[in-house]
Design a protein around this ligand. Structure first.
Ligand SMILES: *[C@@H]1O[C@H](CO)[C@@H](O)[C@H](O)[C@H]1NC(C)=O
Ligand SMILES: *[C@@H]1O[C@H](CO)[C@@H](O)[C@H](O)[C@H]1NC(C)=O
Length: 223
């Protein structure tokens, strides 16, 4: 979801100065692509490297404030982590706002989606700090549906299935509609910092390139 947010903001920042990003007179709609899903290993190298260059560019364009230090604390029981993850989805709409409860995460958590993978809660937070003020401006009617969110039988992971939808406040009126699943791998619920999320893995219900193409596809506003 990070990359969807970043690319949206990047295009919004660049749009006024790039003539080819203005609303097109007529563009040929793409034929529907075959339904396939994507994870980090199946996403093509060009899409991944495009994303990582654009990611560095957003970082250059917007200097984030230093993130708060990651929290460690008494072990969290799996039920508390599950409740926290649910609230991140449905109350804080983190897929659109980036607003996660940092206490649910280990400072060493690895974040992976079909386009990028990195380690460190602080990195996740600093990536988002630069975007948050802009997201409020460019994301219109954000919605998150949580289809399911369950603790695994062994208590060591939470699996969530979700849909994120929004219109983007860009001149060509694009909309994002993305289904996905996220697996949150948990540390053993013992000791300082125990029970927290150490592995965050997002898989999308469509190919990464197709998902990102929605950002530049004109005329898809829902409302
Ligand atoms: C995070 O990783 C560092 C270096 O690998 C390690 O020293 C530290 O104990 C880890 N912290 C947690 C909370 O797992
Ligand atoms: C997401 O899943 C819902 C429910 O299965 C479906 O109606 C919708 O069309 C899907 N959206 C996308 C973008 O695949």
């Amino acid at each position: 979801m990070l990359v969807v947010l970043r690319l949206s903001v990047l295009l919004a920042l660049l749009a006024p100065s790039l003539p080819f990003l203005q609303p097109p007179a007529a563009r040929v709609p793409r034929p529907p692509a075959p339904l396939r899903s994507s994870d980090y290993d199946t996403t093509s190298a060009p899409v991944r490297s495009l994303v990582s260059s654009l990611t560095s560019l957003v970082n250059v364009l917007s200097r984030p404030p230093p993130p708060p230090p990651p929290s460690t604390g008494p072990p969290l029981p799996p039920s508390a982590v599950l409740a926290g993850i649910r609230a991140d989805y449905v109350e804080r709409l983190y897929l659109w706002t980036g607003d996660i409860d940092p206490d649910l995460y280990s400072p060493n958590c690895t974040f992976t989606d079909p386009t990028l993978s990195f380690t460190g809660l602080a990195k996740f937070q600093s990536n988002l700090a630069s975007l948050q003020p802009l997201l409020e401006r460019f994301v219109k009617d954000p919605a998150v549906e949580l289809y399911s969110c369950e603790l695994a039988a062994d208590g060591r992971s939470v699996a969530a299935a979700w849909r994120m939808r929004a219109d983007l406040n860009l001149p060509w009126r694009p909309a994002i509609d993305l289904n996905g699943t996220t697996t949150f791998g948990l540390l053993p619920p013992k000791g300082e910092g125990g029970g927290r999320i150490e592995d965050y893995r997002e898989v999308w219900g469509m190919e990464a390139g197709e998902a990102l193409l929605q950002i530049v596809t004109p005329g898809k506003w829902r409302g």
